[in-house]
Design a protein around this ligand. Structure first.
Ligand SMILES: Cc1cc2nc3c(=O)[nH]c(=O)nc-3n(C[C@H](O)[C@H](O)[C@H](O)COP(=O)(O)O)c2cc1C
Length: 207
């Protein structure tokens, strides 16, 4: 039975294009696999802690400095890492903020990028430990980054692909919508229904 981890990170809890798209994706996935299970995490309503002195001590040592606070900091990371390990598919709603990802999403990445857990340095160099998973990123932005004039400012897609790939998730698809006005964005979101269907290999449907 397949398991999906659904994450949203838009600061908008209403009217968010990335939330609408990620929900449409998960609905279509469940329709395709009614026995599939889903874990949902909202990084805006339940934002991971920033990396702290306690987290750094807990992860990197020294062991003799460990205490209840360092253990709690590492345990919080461990919960998020386990959610990734348990998932076959990650569906990530990630808007573009200031040409990168929202701070809440970055906080999540900082919690799950852990040497020895999600990546390791082996004899052949760095190795991602979360192999065999697929990630679909539903991204919303104001500008169109397929426009060659805007493309050099797209630090979102390379960052997301880079960090997921570093952890071993190399099968990453980004479905992007954009628009400066609510009408433009809405039209772009509706058009993304075909991309979702193509991603799942199911008949076309509206997002
Ligand atoms: C704080 C903030 C920063 C933003 N920065 C960018 C940006 O750098 N480039 C861009 O094209 N759009 C930017 N936008 C527009 C959002 O990407 C756009 O409104 C998108 O639809 C937000 O996702 P959501 O609809 O899921 O909330 C920004 C919006 C906010 C609120």
């Amino acid at each position: 039975m397949a398991h999906l981890l659904h994450i949203d990170s838009s600061a908008r809890t209403e009217g968010s294009a990335s939330r609408r798209l990620s929900a449409a994706y998960v609905d279509a996935w469940k329709n395709d696999d009614p026995h599939g299970t889903v874990t949902y995490r909202d990084l805006t309503l339940d934002t991971p802690a920033f990396v702290s002195p306690e987290w750094i001590t807990g992860v990197f040592g020294p062991a003799e400095a460990a205490d209840a606070a360092t253990e709690a900091a590492v345990a919080a990371s461990e919960r998020l890492i386990r959610e990734m390990e348990e998932a076959d598919v990650l569906v990530l709603g990630v808007p573009m903020y200031n040409f990168g990802v929202p701070a809440a999403f970055k906080a999540w990445i900082d919690q799950v990028m852990m040497a020895g857990r999600t990546f390791a340095f082996g004899e052949d160099g760095p190795e991602g430990l979360l192999k065999g998973k697929r990630a679909v990123v539903l991204r919303a932005s104001g500008s169109d980054f397929d426009d060659p004039a805007m493309a050099p400012m797209d630090f979102h897609a390379p960052y997301v692909r880079g960090v997921l790939g570093w952890m071993g998730i190399t099968d990453v698809e980004i479905i992007a919508v954009n628009g400066y006005t609510p009408e433009q964005l809405d039209s772009s979101v509706r058009g993304a229904g075909n991309a979702i269907s193509a991603s799942l290999g199911t008949p076309a449907r509206a997002a």
